[in-house]
Design a protein around this ligand. Structure first.
Ligand SMILES: [Zn+2]
Ligand SMILES: [Zn+2]
Length: 71
């Protein structure tokens, strides 16, 4: 299982590779006009809702610190 071991991010539409997830997100938005989902907690952008959910689980829900929200 090397699910978390990929060093390259691949565009599933035209198979272009990117070094960072941010570059892939930008490409999806600019080239394919793919809808981007944004994390409400930190503003990070994601190509897929499942990626965002994974990020929220890993980055935010772990720290139970919901009192310091800035609105
Ligand atoms: Zn592409
Ligand atoms: Zn976040």
């Amino acid at each position: 299982m090397k699910l978390f071991h990929h060093t390259k991010f691949l565009c599933e539409i035209d198979q272009v590779k990117f070094k960072t997830y941010e570059e892939l997100t930008l490409h999806m938005r600019q080239i394919h006009h793919h809808p981007i989902v944004k994390c409400r907690d930190c503003g990070k952008e994601f190509v897929h809702e499942k990626d965002r959910l994974h990020h929220v689980r890993e980055e935010h829900e772990r720290k139970v610190d919901y009192r310091k929200h800035k609105d």
